[in-house]
Design a protein. Structure first.
Length: 363
């Protein structure tokens, strides 16, 4: 059976650190925590779980902090978590089984990162990350604001999820890091342009975000998956700016790279037509969205809402507007399978059942 070192970089995480460690402390063989300047009770809490608490001065670079944490590992494999991550009970069981059965020739195990969930527990953003890596391979973290672990060799994909349970969003931190890098004229990679676009978009700088996405799209070396989402995210910027035509063009542009339409693009195309009251076209694209199920081994972003409840809820609205109450009801029911307590779905159900009941009584 392999042994595991947990390595974490933390700062001012007193609200969530214990919650994280409680979900993994009985699985890992060693806990290493690198603090980068906490002024709250983070260090005090960490010392309740391990005597391997270290200190590293924050230099504005996440990769440097993570690499420092990895240096302290002594076991066969390294598992890394953020303080606001947890392993749900089912995933704890899966990790225990993986620990007992993993072939030592494996260099890295990828796991799902369920980066966001809705109020009903549905995963709203998922992607894969190399999460458990062989210590002796000495893999390094690269990048600035959106760092990544550079891994190669024998990599396997697992069905284990790490769940992100943030309490608050750190507004502007990654944007400031990337903006500073851009302003200084430092080398900007294709990946930097993609994530810079994301940060600009999330902070409301839509025109600048579009420029950054276009830089990524124009590159011959950028990862295809980043190009796909550069197109989709660029479309969002145009929608926020009220430019529906360029929004639609950007969504269709994503097909140049995805070949098979992504549900994230199809649902947005549906909404574009819905806003224009072209309900038949909207229904067509929402239907396509429900048919595009992401590959379980997909590494890039996946937003499950766009092929599950969201297109069904929107088709409920579209069918209602063209007078097909039965179809409207059917799609509302399908949306309700994912969000049974959603007030919109509950209200739709009451209205549609009333209307269907009136129709049935008049026959």
């Amino acid at each position: 059976m392999i042994t595991i070192s947990l390595c974490m970089m933390v700062k001012n995480e007193e609200e969530v650190l214990a919650r994280c460690l409680d979900t993994v402390k009985d699985i890992v063989d060693e806990i290493n925590i690198v603090d980068t300047g906490s002024t709250d009770k983070t260090v005090e809490i960490a010392k309740k779980y391990t005597d391997r608490v270290f200190f590293f001065e924050w230099i504005g670079n996440f990769a440097a902090g993570r690499n420092e944490a990895f240096k302290h590992a002594t076991k066969d494999y390294i598992l890394y978590l953020d303080a606001d991550d947890v392993l749900l009970e089912e995933d704890q069981k899966k990790l225990k089984t993986l620990k007992q059965t993993l072939d030592p020739s494996v260099d890295s195990v990828s796991m799902y990162y369920d980066a966001d969930t809705d109020e009903f527990g549905n995963v709203t953003l998922r992607y894969r990350r190399n999460r458990l890596v062989k210590r002796e391979r000495n893999f390094k973290w690269r990048g600035d604001g959106h760092e990544y672990l550079e891994v190669y060799g024998n990599v396997i994909n697992s069905d284990i999820s790490i769940t992100h349970k943030k309490i608050r969003h750190s507004v502007g931190l990654n944007l400031n890091i990337l903006q500073s890098k851009f302003d200084k004229g430092d080398n900007f990679t294709d990946r930097d342009y993609f994530y810079f676009g994301n940060e600009l978009r999330e902070n409301g700088y839509y025109e600048k975000a579009i420029e950054s996405y276009n830089e990524n799209i124009a590159s011959r070396t950028a990862w295809i998956e980043d190009k796909i989402y550069s197109c989709i995210n660029k479309a969002d910027c145009y929608r926020y700016l009220g430019d529906l035509e360029n929004e639609l063009s950007s969504l269709f542009q994503s097909f140049e790279f995805s070949k098979i339409p992504r549900p994230e693009a199809c649902s947005r195309i549906g909404y574009n037509f819905q806003v224009k009251q072209d309900y038949e076209s909207a229904i067509y694209w929402y239907t396509i969205a429900t048919q595009q199920i992401p590959d379980a081994n997909q590494w890039s972003f996946s937003y499950p809402a766009y092929h599950t409840w969201y297109p069904h809820l929107q088709m409920c609205v579209c069918y209602y507007n063209i007078g097909n109450i039965q179809k409207s009801y059917e799609h509302n029911e399908k949306a309700g399978l994912f969000r049974p307590q959603d007030e919109r779905i509950v209200q739709n159900k009451a209205l549609l059942e009333e209307k269907l009941g009136i129709k049935q009584q008049t026959k």
